[in-house]
Design a protein around this ligand. Structure first.
Ligand code: CP
Length: 308
């Protein structure tokens, strides 16, 4: 049985069966990545374009690595060296790339809805690698994979997602995906960094950190996205850190085995102190490792691969 979706545009509306299939397949690929020879032939002959209109370290490199591990042919597109700089539109860009006979497109863009728009302009399979303030589905999938591998299940666990919720596509994808998987999600941040239409996300939202942390099995800190903030949403970085940042003092009041996550990149000393980020409760680098396996699973399942 395969996925019920043709593209991965977001996790809103994606079924529990589809998410479970992706996570189970990612677990198989995690085992492949432990082998001496980390390459399988499943997507041989497929060409995948990585169309990144926004900066990225983890997502871009792990997609490229996932494509190489699956024996696909990756092509990397960067706006700084492309004809986008001469004014070429997104539609013309994708139609010209498609004319060169590609199979799949992994896209990151600052505008919400671009992955959906691309499905209207091309026959290629589209995978969303982050679109504006909308969704970052593969990040949420790798987050769920990391929790499931660490705690053995998802259903019934409480996750507190703390920080700049308003600007976070990671928070949106996780809220939708984790709720579908039966997790108890709460979003928390300063009132000015909470979503305006809270009911649209469908999970509790609070500015009270103690309330959010109460009974949490997992605490996910989000990066303060200073580049997306046109005006000061809080008095100072120091005040933000004191109220919403996680340091050893606050960590000591949480259960001993609480799992600490962050999608990266971290503003060290703001949302997380370095001793917490690098400490024994942190699974931040496991998230990065699992990102390769999850992206292999998504590309394999959507790309029609065989014999994993
Ligand atoms: N987590 C994440 O999306 O990181 P990058 O922006 O480095 O890809």
């Amino acid at each position: 049985m395969g996925l019920h979706i043709q593209h991965l545009l977001g996790l809103e509306g994606v079924s529990k069966d589809d998410i479970t299939l992706i996570l189970d397949t990612a677990d198989s690929f995690h085992e492949v990545l432990e082998r001496e020879i980390k390459v399988v032939p499943t997507l041989r002959g497929k060409t995948i374009v990585n169309l990144f209109y926004e900066n990225s370290t983890r997502t871009r490199i792990s997609f490229e690595l996932a494509e190489k591990r699956l024996s696909a042919s990756p092509l990397n597109f960067s706006t700084s060296t492309s004809s986008v700089n001469k004014g070429e539109t997104l539609r013309d860009t994708i139609r010209n790339i498609e004319a060169m006979k590609i199979d799949m497109v992994v896209v990151r863009h600052c505008a919400a809805g671009v992955p959906h728009f691309l499905t209207q302009c091309t026959n290629a399979v589209i995978v969303n690698a982050g679109d504006g303030l909308h969704e970052h589905p593969t990040q949420a999938l790798l987050d769920m994979m990391t929790i499931r591998r660490k705690l053995g299940r998802l259903e019934g666990l409480k996750v507190a997602i703390i920080g700049d919720i308003f600007h976070s596509r990671v928070a949106r994808s996780n809220a939708w995906g984790m709720s579908t998987m039966g997790m108890d999600v709460v979003l928390c941040g300063p009132p000015t960094l909470l979503p305006q239409h809270r009911e649209s996300i469908g999970v509790p939202v609070t500015d009270n950190l103690d309330e959010a942390l109460e009974g949490a099995d997992v605490v996910m800190l989000l990066r303060l996205q200073l580049e997306r903030q046109s005006s000061g949403a809080f008095p100072s970085i120091r005040e933000y850190r004191d109220r919403y940042g996680l340091d050893m003092d606050k960590l000591s009041s949480l259960p001993e085995n609480v799992v600490i996550m962050h999608p990266g990149p971290i503003n060290r000393g703001v949302e997380l102190s370095s001793d917490v980020a690098d400490g024994s409760n942190s699974v931040i680098l496991e998230q990065v490792t699992n990102g390769v396996a999850v992206r292999m699973a998504v590309l394999y399942l959507l790309g029609g691969g065989e014999n994993a």
